[in-house]
Design a protein around this ligand. Structure first.
Ligand code: B1M
Length: 208
């Protein structure tokens, strides 16, 4: 099984073929990060492109996402470094109105591997939920958004934290495909990360 074939199985939404393909690739000694980037993530980009062009619809996107997640479960133990020292706690979620969770899950997985205690808030996370976790003592929160229409809920969440008098008690990291460093600066986030490995680097800086 080469990576091109694996890439195609993700696009076609063939979960069991994706699982088998990831296993074969791992057994062949292919670097797990390369499997992730060149097959799984690249395939999701292509799925997004086809959706944009009207060749794919939501069901195809969903089936491809499930196939990707099946592959990701197998890759997980190979991607995470397994750091034992606790680096602190991070609560991470996908913002209100947004149901995309593959990227958020990947970031959570890498953070866990780097020794952070991760509280996964799930998807469609209301600003009040972030306020509550900060009230409960979490020092770093992560917000993910995949839609241009939901990005603004990052700013709304930051405003809710300010209104609750909690902005100075928490560090905030943001990310997701439409999010940029410029946007992070504009809304007053403390860090932006374009991908999961940079998210780990940024989180380390935030807790230091
Ligand atoms: Co959606 N969708 N989707 N979708 N979907 C996109 C995002 C889209 C770009 C497709 C397209 O048109 N090309 C488009 C958004 C357009 C826009 O706003 N500009 C889109 C749309 C329009 C929609 C719907 C509105 C479609 C509809 O119903 N008409 C709908 C919205 C539903 C909702 O959320 N309310 C919708 C639904 C869905 C599915 C449910 C079918 C499914 C999601 C399933 C799931 O997540 N469980 C889905 C999918 C799969 C996609 C694409 C194809 C793939 C997303 C993905 O998983 N990428 C996507 C196209 C694309 O992104 N190319 C698309 C792989 C993932 C590893 O990357 O999430 O970017 P990503 O995460 C990266 C980085 O961004 C970063 O690290 C990750 C790892 O490198 N990162 C962070 C992410 N979060 C971070 C947080 C951090 C730091 C870094 O700190 C906290």
């Amino acid at each position: 099984m080469d990576l091109k074939q694996l890439y195609q199985h993700v696009i076609d939404g063939e979960a069991s073929e994706v699982e088998a393909g990831v296993q074969v690739a791992l057994d062949a000694g292919i670097n797990p990060q390369q499997i992730l980037n060149e097959a799984l993530i690249a395939a999701m980009d292509e799925v997004g492109r086809r959706f944009e062009e009207g060749d794919f619809f939501v069901p195809e996107m969903l089936i491809a996402a499930r196939a990707m997640q099946a592959g990701l479960r197998l890759l997980k133990p190979h991607l995470v470094a397994g750091e034992n020292k606790s680096m602190g706690k991070i609560a991470i979620g996908t913002v209100k109105g947004d149901l995309h969770d593959i990227g958020k899950n990947l970031v959570a997985m890498m953070l866990e591997g780097a020794g952070f205690e991760v509280q996964d808030l799930g998807v469609d996370v209301q600003p009040e939920t972030y306020v509550k976790v900060v009230q409960d003592g979490v020092g770093v929160i992560g917000m993910s958004a995949l839609l241009t229409t939901t990005m603004s809920n990052m700013a709304i969440t930051i405003d809710a934290l300010k209104a609750a008098g909690l902005r100075d008690s928490v560090k905030i990291m943001v990310g997701g495909a439409p999010v940029t460093q410029e946007y992070a600066n504009q809304i007053g986030a403390d860090a932006f990360a374009p991908d999961a490995s940079s998210a780990v680097r940024a989180a380390r800086q935030l807790v230091n």
